[in-house]
Write a new protein. Sequence first.
Length: 691
Amino acid sequence: MATKGPKNNISVKRRLLFSSLMLLIPLIFFALLELLLRVIGYGSDFPLVNKDRFFGKEKYVVNRQVAQRYFSLPKSLVPEASEEMFDVNKQPNRLRIFCLGGSTTAGFPYEINATFPFQLQFRLREELMGHWAEVVNLGISAVNSYTVLDLLPEVLELEPDALIIYMGHNEFYGAYGAGSTQFISNNRKLTLLYLKLKRLRFVQLLQNVISGIRGRVASSEKTDDVRSIMELMAGDQAIPLNSQTYKTAYQNYEANLIEIIQKARKKNVPVILSTLVCNLKDQKPFVSQFASSLDEVTKKRFSAKLLEGTALQAGENHQAAIDIFDQIIALDSTVADVYFHRATSHLSLGDSLAAYQDFSKARDLDQLRFRAPAVFNEIIRRVAKNQDIPLLDMEKVFRTASAGGIPGKSLFHEHLHPRFDGYRLMAQAFLEALRTVQIINPPAPIGWKKNLLSDAQIQDVIRSFRKHNAGVTPLDLEFGEYQMYFLIHRWPFKEMPVSVETYPPYHSETTKTLAIEHLRQGTYWDAAHYKMADHYIQQKQFSKAHKEFRAVYYAFHENPVPITKIADLYLTEENYTLAKTWYTKALKLTPESPHLISKMGSLYVFNNQFDKGVENLVKVLAIDSTLSNFSDDQKANFFYLLGVSYANLKKWPQAYKTLDQALAVKPGFPPAQQLKVDIGNHLSKATKDIH
């Protein structure tokens, strides 16, 4: 008889319960860790906007740090969003448009008023009747369609009337791009899931620990790392045309773009897409390589042929050079530099069409992919058509505005970022597109059209885009030139040792000094404009000073400071009518400001309206009887002007009293002393005349 083994007392149910508990333990641990980290305030959701009060109103303020969501870089290198501001309580007659994209949308290398969203806003405000436009710039450098898709739910909660989307150049090297150092997966769903997980505090903790370890390793290996964000983000620096990485980038871009449009449509928010533009004529490919299938001997032979062709080109023997380039292309059609040089020769011979085709091919074959290849504009056109949404063909606009139909350095700083003329050309084109699709009270939905803007409309855009500058001054252009100077002397451009001292001022030594203060020392943008205006005032160049003040006013129209400075300048020029207009504007924003009421009272005195002068100056004393916020000079002048008013109204006791107050604040104050003498002489003479 066989003996029985030990009885298994663990039932199937208990086994399942035990297994479930084992699985739950790590989940409970992470849940408790997440709760603890949130309680102690670790990490952040990095919301798109925060609420704050400015100029007496509750405002949404775009969070400058929102891009911390997307980058595993030292904080000093993470790009910042523009601190845009708009009302929490949207008014019925307010048109609110959000612009989404990367550094071109952000306006690099410029700030605030030289960007295309601001330029568009300025034009819309002049265009609209009975409406007020808010064009909110949500462009962030080094981000791509993943970021836009991730931000979109928050954007759609902010009551947009339309979205303008200009993106595509960063799909390879932007955050989570297929060639980026922060690449997650070819599978876009996994990447989008990762973006959601990054909002968890324990994931942020883990990421910070890993980043800290990497930082310590990097610092131990290299202490002089001054690489730009372009270099830090570019992981795969040679991506051949139609390689797997290349395909991953454009496939994920198309899927993200479709999802963005569909999410906006569910919220009934119109979307306007734009094709992409870049410098074709004046940007040599960054990385040009022969086909990997060629042996070294053949590559050397082709390299020699290429040198022979460029030598002929340098000697203006362009047809012979083209023949050499043709020979290389017949055997290896993958070399970007060959197409670029052939394009240059075609252009020199007057064949703009052949030149355009070769410049485009050179861009597409450039393996360092900071410029989106042609396939991205094909995707944009296809998606716009299939999703039935308006498409602005910005590529056609820029070609029409460029000599020979080939965009180059007249509109671009380097490979990608427009000059100010390029940005305001974009703004004018978007204005015409918004007008065409009737974004304000459209009679019917307007979707995709093969040519949203007619040739005549494009010509009108090109004729009129320089008409407005939205307050941009040489100082703003200096800011851009200064930033661009350091960019183009670093990788991937020809690297050269440059410094503040070697930077040649774009406009003047004064604008250079203010650019250095602003961009290196962190002074505020508006403060730089005020300093520039003060410089012009000292030189008696009042019209230029007005432009600096107005630049700030256009950017911050609810801020009474620039309005007051404009009024003060008109007062200095003795233009009392315009001074009164601008002081009135300022007082509407801060009606209880003692300084503004005092200035208005002074203006009435200068204009011989002494009763109104007294009315305003006495009101100041009712608000602040000790003039606690006034300097001694301001107090003395205040009482003196009040004395002048009383004297002209023949209220002698009040005149003497206020003049004595002026002298008490500033003993020996000459105007007050002289007026007391004049009053005494007048009264003495009047007494003699009576007798």
